[in-house]
Ligand binder design. Structure first.
Ligand SMILES: [Zn+2]
Length: 149
């Protein structure tokens, strides 16, 4: 130690900063160049950091993914059938409505066409069926996202 030491030795925090070549507090930065002990300690931290960086990632003795998945609530496979049941019920209600009031609608549009009521029923049926199918497809997509595939 050739230079007089006006500052105390570096703290562990400052030694780790020096090892990582991060900016040091002014007092520590002034002390370090003149102190072989602190330089040696910083070098030791540097070697420790380098050794830690070379360590392989931790490997678990068990299947972590399976353990986590086992804790998650399972998607209910019966749910799409509930959706299908709802779609069938809606179709039934629409069908009953058309059967009950289709005649009145047909009379209302009697001047235009006699097949208009049936055409409306078919179009409404297609619309409802399409909505139900899209609902099912969206549900399957969300279930696939949940499956972590
Ligand atoms: Zn020192």
């Amino acid at each position: 130690m050739t230079q007089p030491l006006t500052q105390p030795h570096l703290s562990d925090d400052d030694l780790q900063l020096a090892a990582a070549t991060a900016p040091l507090p002014a007092a520590a930065a002034a002390h370090l160049p003149g102190c072989r002990l602190c330089q040696a300690r910083a070098t030791a931290y540097q070697q420790l950091f380098a050794a830690a960086a070379r360590l392989p990632p931790p490997a678990f003795a068990f299947d972590l993914t399976a353990a986590v998945l086992a804790q998650l609530p399972r998607p209910q496979p019966a749910f799409p059938w509930v959706l299908a049941l709802v779609a069938v019920l809606v179709l039934g209600v629409v069908g009953a409505f058309m059967a009950l009031f289709g005649g009145a609608l047909g009379q209302a549009f009697h001047g235009l066409s006699t097949g208009l009521g049936a055409g409306l029923a078919v179009v409404a049926g297609f619309l409802v069926a399409g909505q139900g199918l899209e609902l099912l497809a969206r549900h399957r997509r969300q279930m696939r996202l949940l499956a972590f595939s």
